[in-house]
Structures are given as C-alpha cells and as structure tokens.
Design a protein around this ligand. Structure first.
Ligand SMILES: Nc1ncnc2c1ncn2[C@@H]1O[C@H](COP(=O)(O)OP(=O)(O)O)[C@@H](O)[C@H]1O
Ligand SMILES: [Mg+2]
Length: 241
C-alpha cells in the first residue's frame, strides 16, 4: 500500500518557561502522519501530546523545526494565510466539546461553514449530512443541555467533518466519556479516515483506544519512543484466515 503523507514534522522543539524554570516539552521530534488513517498519539499525561498536536495543527509555534502540511510550510505562512489554511483544511475536536449552549445541533455545525462562504442551502445540506454521518440526525434540533456527553462530542465531530477537512485533529476526544460512548466516537473518527481519506491524528492517554487505531505513536518526555502499525482489514471486507 502506498501511503500518502499529509503532515511531515521535522526536528520539532518546544520549551515552556515558567518563572525561571524552562522545561523542554518537545524534543527534536520528527514524524510523518498519513492520510486515510487513524493515528493515535498515546503516552502518559504531561508527555507533550497536546503540545505536539497544537504545533502540527498550526495553533502553537514551535521553537525549532518545521511542519509541512499538505505541501505547505505551515510555520512560514503569515498570520492571515495560516488562519485561512486552518479554516479550509483543518478540523479540531477537543475534550470539552466547545459547543455553544444556545445553539441546536444543526446551528453548531453550520456556524463554521458560514466562514467558508458557502450558500445557505449548501451549508444546511452539509450540516445535515454531517449529523447523519455521526448518527445524530434525530438530535438535529436539540441544544447541548438536552444531549448526553457522547452525543455532544458527536456534534463536535460533525462540526469538524462538515468542513470536509483533509486534516482532522482530536485531543483526548473520549476522555470525558463512558466506554460505550468513547467507542462510538473512536469508530466515527476511524470511519472518517477510511471513507474520506482524512488524516486523523488523535491524542489520548486512554489505552482502550490503542486497539482501534491504524497506527500508534507512543510518546514519552517529548519524544516518540515507538511507532506501531496495526493492519486492519479494509472496511466491509470479510476476513479470511
Ligand atoms: N502553556 C504552557 N505553559 C507552561 N507549561 C506548559 C504549557 N503547556 C503545556 N505545558 C507543560 O508541558 C508539558 C506537556 O504538556 P501537554 O502537551 O499538555 O502534555 P499531554 O497532552 O501529553 O498531557 C506538561 O508538563 C505541561 O505542564
Ligand atoms: Mg493533553
């Protein structure tokens, strides 16, 4: 299988200084992440997963190294070009859902689409399709307070998917969820990678997710210590032994 590299990180370094103490959080890290796969960034709390995700997704500037995403040198773009790049190509799902209390599910998903300059009809069509994809068509008109945690996270994923981003990042997307909801969320992310060819990079310290990833990058102390591929049969294929 020929893999398509969506992101190439090279020699990434990042330190944070608190008071007089400087801590190296990402240490000369290089990594390629492929399209069409769910890549899991695993490792203990504090090892640098969120920081790496933020650097690779154009949210946090590294002190050293480079990030090439979809052929663009992300950290050489000016602020406006970077904002545009993120708007068009990147979806981000957070642990805390980040939904607006006053909006129903369709409105949550439509909001970022309005910045893409799509017409009202296309916006509505995409929002409905995205909610359908995460199995929440029937929750379309409900507000966050009326949804379970798992449903809220699925709305947040629908919001990210509706943009049809080539790069989808998820930071601890299952951490606030019970195991059944967490499983559903990871299945949806996995399916998005398979069906749309999206690069999905998910950071999690939840070891239950490891079995569901195509690839697991194990991080510790700001470095990738192991890189494991888990071959899965193609979706819908019958396994023969
Ligand atoms: N903005 C910040 N200022 C200072 N320290 C930070 C900041 N962000 C993260 N850190 C520190 O960097 C380390 C890695 O954090 P993080 O990337 O959030 O790890 P993880 O997501 O693996 O739990 C931790 O020690 C954390 O305290
Ligand atoms: Mg984190």
């Amino acid at each position: 299988m020929v893999e398509h590299v969506a992101i190439r990180g090279r020699g990434i370094g990042k330190s944070f200084t608190v008071g007089k103490v400087s801590t190296r959080v990402i240490d000369e890290l290089s990594v390629d992440v492929a399209s069409g796969e769910l890549t899991l960034l695993s490792g203990p709390s504090g090892c640098g997963k969120s920081t790496l995700l933020a650097i690779l997704s154009g949210l946090e500037r590294p002190d050293a190294g480079s990030v090439e995403a979809l052929g663009e040198q992300v950290w050489l773009l000016d602020r406006k070009a970077l904002q545009r790049f993120r708007l068009h190509h990147i979806g981000f799902v957070f642990q805390g859902f980040n939904l607006f209390p006053a909006l129903n599910s369709v409105e949550q998903v439509e909001l970022p689409l309005s910045y893409l300059g799509l017409g009202a009809e296309e916006t509505r069509r995409r929002a409905w399709a995205a909610l359908d994809e995460v199995g929440l068509a029937h929750r379309r008109h409900m507000r966050p307070a009326e949804l379970s945690g798992g449903e809220k996270q699925r709305v947040a994923i629908a919001r990210a998917l509706a943009k049809r981003p080539q790069l989808l990042f998820a930071d601890e997307p299952t951490s606030a969820l019970d195991s059944v909801s967490g499983q559903t969320v990871i299945d949806i992310l996995h399916r998005a990678a398979r069906v749309h060819g999206t690069m999905v990079l998910c950071a999690s310290h939840d070891p239950r997710l490891i079995a569901h990833a195509d690839r697991v990058l194990r991080m510790e102390d700001g470095r990738v210590l192991a890189d494991e591929h888990h071959p899965h049969p193609p979706m819908g294929a019958h396994t023969t032994s």
